[in-house]
Design a protein around this ligand. Structure first.
Ligand code: HEM
Length: 125
């Protein structure tokens, strides 16, 4: 199921007008390796297999053009793929995990760009 979802989802992403150019520029000829990595990633997330060894935060903070609109589009397409290809309970879990991870990636990206307010010290009384 993970294999089919990952391959089906990225087939859509690659031709998406908003996301496709970013992925195709960075991944280039390495799609097979990228898809294998993403299968390992989702295997680790959903089944806790520990198969994924990577640094998603670092990978995404290095993509200058990523914006909130890209994440919204990614999440929309991922939900569509999950709901089309998985039984409802599994789709709901994929979607919930994707939304949590996207949120933390966006915080990480914002922090590296200096877009988050500085931490405020608690007043000492
Ligand atoms: C705006 C939406 C997104 C875009 C445009 C995007 C783009 C990319 C690109 C271009 C790479 C390859 C980086 C490289 O090889 O240097 C990558 C890697 C990856 N992405 Fe995304 N991504 C997005 C959202 C997400 C989300 C929401 C997740 C997880 C739920 C995710 C999971 C991953 C993982 C696990 C990798 C491999 C990281 C590694 O090599 O350690 N991505 N992404």
């Amino acid at each position: 199921m993970i294999h089919d979802l990952v391959h089906g989802f990225y087939a859509t992403v690659r031709t998406d007008p908003a996301l496709g150019p970013i992925f195709n520029r960075i991944i280039g000829e390495e799609w097979d390796a990228h898809l294998a990595k993403l299968c390992d990633f989702w295997s680790s997330v959903m089944l806790m297999t520990g198969r994924f060894r990577g640094s998603p935060m670092v990978a995404h903070t290095k993509i200058p053009e990523i914006q909130a609109t890209h994440f919204a589009r990614w999440l929309h397409l991922f939900r569509q793929s999950a709901e089309r290809m998985c039984p409802p309970e599994a789709a709901a879990l994929f979607v919930a995990k994707s939304e949590m991870i996207a949120q933390s990636l966006q915080y990480g990206i914002a922090a590296t760009r200096g877009e988050l307010p500085p931490h405020t010290e608690r007043a000492v009384s």
